[in-house]
Design a protein around this ligand. Structure first.
Ligand code: LER
Ligand code: MN
Length: 297
């Protein structure tokens, strides 16, 4: 017990020191993805669930929580802020993919009205992000194309929708996180370099890169990726962590030490967020991942 207390004190002390320039101790901020079931729950249930998550995760030394939401407008902002502040927690990012999965709205859709719906949803996420000081993920909400479209058309649609989303993000001082996603889940911008080209083309200071270790494992050339990551850290504002089987980091053979060290060396100050299949359970993934990552960081 005493050992655990000393360990915890050391952790919090070094965390405080990590933000001072004078001492070279670096601790990467850790969060994990969770939903709040806001579509099907009462406000009280959502708040209770959020408070329980903060309580549980702070006991495992997490610094924040990444929220995957379907209806961001349903969140009671003042109360959520009070709860997160009472745990000294951050909402590391807000996931938007369920908008595509549940409503079918996407930024790359060939139908302009559906694209417009997607942009309107992103606006709602931006509004929440601005009020809870978070970032908005642009991942699966890009959608997939079908026989009525083509890869080229889809890319152009994503580009023009994203320009509009960036304008909204800039007006609200919110950062958008563009995530390269593997080819089995999405049809374009599967690789980091494709995504960086798009970010460069759009040229908004509010558009950053989210790198997910699982998609990196599937899409990037293993002989080249580690050097390449070192060159592009300045674009990155968020990380997703899952092992090559999409289970908890440390359960497969993805080289998290090299991956995370690349960001550590560049004084990356964003979050690393666990985004895995939550098996055997959310609680066990949260616990195992925290222990493993703290041991290698
Ligand atoms: C979203 O962050 C992501 O990584 C997708 O693969 C979700 O399935
Ligand atoms: Mn991801």
């Amino acid at each position: 017990m005493l050992f655990l207390k000393i360990l915890a004190e050391y952790y919090y002390m070094s965390k405080a020191l990590s933000y001072s320039n004078s001492i070279d101790i670096y601790i990467m901020k850790l969060s994990i993805v969770a939903g709040l079931n806001e579509s099907k729950s009462t406000q009280d249930e959502v708040l209770k669930h959020f408070a329980e998550l903060c309580e549980f995760l702070s006991s495992l030394y997490y610094d924040g929580i990444e929220l995957s939401l379907l209806e961001p407008e349903k969140i009671d902002i003042e109360k959520i802020n009070n709860i997160k502040d009472s745990y000294n927690f951050e909402i590391s990012a807000i996931g938007t993919g369920s908008t595509y999965i549940r409503f079918g709205y996407s930024l790359g859709h060939h139908n302009e009205l559906i694209r417009e719906k997607g942009i309107q949803r992103i606006n709602k996420y931006i509004d929440l992000a601005q009020k809870v000081q978070s970032k908005v993920i642009i991942g699966l909400i890009r959608g997939r194309f079908n026989f009525e479209s083509s890869s080229k058309k889809e890319k152009n649609n994503i580009k023009s929708s994203l320009k509009e989303c960036c304008r909204l993000a800039e007006n609200n001082g919110v950062v958008l996180l563009f995530e390269p996603i593997n080819r089995f889940e999405i049809d374009s911008y599967n690789t980091i370099s494709d995504s960086i080209n798009l970010i460069e083309e759009i040229g908004s200071k509010n558009l950053k890169l989210l790198i997910d270790s699982f998609h990196t494992y599937l899409e990037e050339d293993p002989g080249y990726i580690w050097d390449y990551l070192e060159e592009i850290t300045q674009y990155v504002a968020h990380l997703h962590l899952a092992d090559c089987t999409r289970r908890a980091p440390g359960t497969g053979h993805f080289d998290f030490k090299t991956f995370l060290n690349t960001f550590k060396k560049s004084a990356y100050d964003g979050f690393a967020s666990i985004e895995t299949i939550m098996k055997p359970s959310f609680e066990e993934v949260a616990k195992e991942s925290s222990e493993y990552l703290r041991s290698i960081l």
